[in-house]
Design a protein around this ligand. Structure first.
Ligand code: ZN
Length: 419
């Protein structure tokens, strides 16, 4: 049933499957469970064993996505599915992805133990390698399943150690050579619902138990490289400099001003990586490369933000005599989620007396990819500690997770009845 002790036990079990952090000087360095690693496979195995013990049928596809299915009474129906991911970023928390997998596990257990008869198959899905932390590609497992990423891309994607995604998959027993043939078929899926932690402060601030996601932000990722002239920091007068890092600072300031302007409320711009060469205390930076991540809930304003940043690059480069190159790394449009699953989640909240609001998702999720395959919905549960995520300080209440699992089950049940 929907048991808080069991949810807490699952959270502890998944958190224990973590790499030791040799770099860490603090006590709590969080969870490290890279996508396409043996530890991620171990977490999937725990999920598989729990689901098998309940009598669900297990399959793992070539990309490493695990699917546990309870057959329905009508063999012609596609699956009603729920789930999320079990990989993590570097020094992560215990809830991102894991909460959605646990909610799916609790929902399946409830259906089995209550001996409910469903018309549709119920599938609990754990996607492989959702985080972009290792291969700079988000949602790798779901993208391979839906054909947005193919086998040839797996050779192109490399981690910081130079291991390709293809090699990493082989090392943990997966079958990258079969991913293109094993794509999922749209007729096998009736709907997909993902529960996730909010990764933002709104639900906790507004004192509600859940959020129904209306739209998932798109993202545009760029690498900007500025070339100037490296020279002596004491000998070169300020007016004669071609300082690449100072140019990057100007671009970052312009990007931040743009995104903070009240005229662009859905736009978020972040520079998370910056490399400076030659990197000496007494040398003017001759080369600087920076990442830019643009998130937006509207495709039009996402494009406008990109243009504004391109303009800022041109202005800074011209003013400082730098040469600038902009390399597009990836682009995903915002995804408005289907009305049917959204309505089912709202009605499920009402049925159970669970307070909720509608809201957008700033982060990307496997649901964004599954939305290409079938009607898809997302349910957020509150993130505490100001909504911090991708951090050991990530926190959600177990009681909110269990409430979310009840809503997830009730929404899927409604979809099973066609309501
Ligand atoms: Zn996640």
């Amino acid at each position: 049933m929907f048991n808080e002790d069991l949810a807490a036990h699952y959270l502890d079990t998944f958190a224990s499957l973590s790499l030791p952090d040799n770099q860490s000087t603090t006590k709590d360095s969080g969870v490290i469970r890279w996508g396409m690693s043996l530890l991620e496979r171990e977490a999937h195995t725990f999920f598989q064993e729990e689901m098998r013990s309940l009598g669900l049928d297990l399959s793992v596809d070539a990309a490493g996505n695990s699917i546990a299915t309870l057959p329905g009474s009508d063999p012609d129906c596609g699956a009603l599915a729920c789930g999320s991911h079990l990989d993590s970023v570097y020094r992560a928390g215990r809830y991102d992805g894991i909460a959605g997998v646990i909610a799916a596990m609790l929902a399946a257990r409830h259906v089995v133990e209550s001996e409910e008869r469903w018309r549709h198959p119920l599938s609990c899905v754990v996607f492989a390698c959702e985080e972009s932390a290792r291969f700079s590609q988000a949602c790798l497992g779901s993208r391979l399943a839906t054909g947005l990423t193919s086998r040839s891309d797996l050779r192109r994607l490399h981690d910081a150690q130079g291991i390709s995604a293809e090699e990493a998959m082989k090392e943990c027993g997966l079958c990258p050579e079969e991913v293109d043939e094993q794509r999922w078929r749209t007729e096998d899926w009736e709907a997909f619902l993902e529960l996730h932690i909010e990764q933002g402060p709104r639900l906790d601030e507004e004192g509600v138990q859940a959020g129904v996601v209306e739209v998932i932000s798109g993202s545009t990722r760029l690498r900007i490289t500025l070339e100037g002239i490296a020279s002596h920091s004491g000998g070169t007068p300020m007016e004669l400099r071609h300082d690449a890092l100072a140019g990057a600072a100007e671009i970052l300031r312009a990007a931040e001003d743009y995104a903070r302007d009240a005229a662009h409320p859905g736009t978020r711009v972040t520079c998370g990586v910056i490399d400076v060469e030659p990197g000496g205390l007494t040398t003017i930076p001759g080369r600087c490369s920076m990442s830019i991540d643009i998130r937006d809930t509207s495709a039009e304003s996402q494009r406008a933000a990109r243009e504004a940043i391109e303009d800022a690059v041109a202005t800074a480069a011209a003013r400082r005599g730098l040469s600038a190159t902009i390399t597009p790394l990836s682009h995903v449009d915002p995804e408005e989620l289907a009305l049917g699953p959204r309505q089912a989640l709202r009605n499920a909240c009402r049925d159970l007396g669970v307070s909720f609001i509608d809201l957008p998702s700033g982060a990307s999720h496997d649901a964004q990819i599954m939305a290409r395959l079938c009607p898809t919905g997302m349910l957020f549960i509150p993130s505490l500690n100001g909504g911090v995520s991708h951090s050991p300080d990530e926190l959600s209440r177990v009681s909110d997770l269990v409430t979310g699992a009840r809503v997830l089950h009730a929404a899927l049940r409604r979809l099973d009845h066609g309501a």
